[in-house]
Design a protein around this ligand. Structure first.
Ligand code: ZN
Length: 182
């Protein structure tokens, strides 16, 4: 999603058509050619990736990965939340991953949005004050560095020797590594 999407959420009056029926038909074709039945539940590369949910980021394609290579954990922003820690905990302890890559990106929907304004608006509309943080940010490089620090501080992340973070440039398809000092 982009910041402009967040300003003007799509509505049913804009000619929206649900996708599920068409996608189910596509799945039938997918299953005809299915060849992944031998894949193990544990990722082959012992790799877990935490990424933003942005629709422009095809994680496996960006990194040249194959099915079965890695866990991909996604949310708005690729933020290290308690639930991401939960997934990483299962990934490392139950399914053997040893390396974590973080993928944030330019032109993110969470960029330059006010946490306070967003939450105040939700509270006004619903009567419920959100108990979670929106985790908006200004600079994606700083945000990746923040996420790396959260992982390093978590007592539940057992394997911290191979954590690296990147900003994906939606304009070029290139990844830029974030160093700890960013
Ligand atoms: Zn994003």
């Amino acid at each position: 999603m982009t910041a402009s999407d967040m300003d003007e959420p799509p509505t049913t009056s804009s000619g929206f058509e649900p996708n599920a029926d068409e996608l189910l038909a596509r799945n039938a074709a997918y299953a005809e050619a299915f060849d992944d039945h031998d894949l193990a539940v544990a990722p082959r590369r012992q790799l877990a990736i935490v990424a933003c949910m942005d629709s422009r980021m095809a994680i496996f394609g960006i990194l040249g990965l194959e099915h079965g290579d890695a866990h991909v954990i996604r949310n708005a922003g690729g933020v290290i939340t308690d639930d991401v820690i939960r997934s990483l905990c299962v990934s490392q302890r139950a399914l053997g991953t040893r390396e974590i890559l973080l993928l944030h990106h330019t032109n993110c929907g969470l960029q330059n949005v006010s946490d306070d304004d967003f939450k105040a608006q939700l509270e006004r509309e619903t009567g419920i004050k959100p108990w979670w943080s929106l985790e908006s940010f200004v600079d994606p490089y700083t945000d990746v560095a923040q996420s790396i620090r959260r992982l390093e501080l978590s007592p539940f992340i057992a394997h911290k020797d191979h954590i690296r973070g990147f900003v994906y440039e939606v304009e070029t398809g290139l990844l830029h590594e974030v160093t700890r000092g960013d």
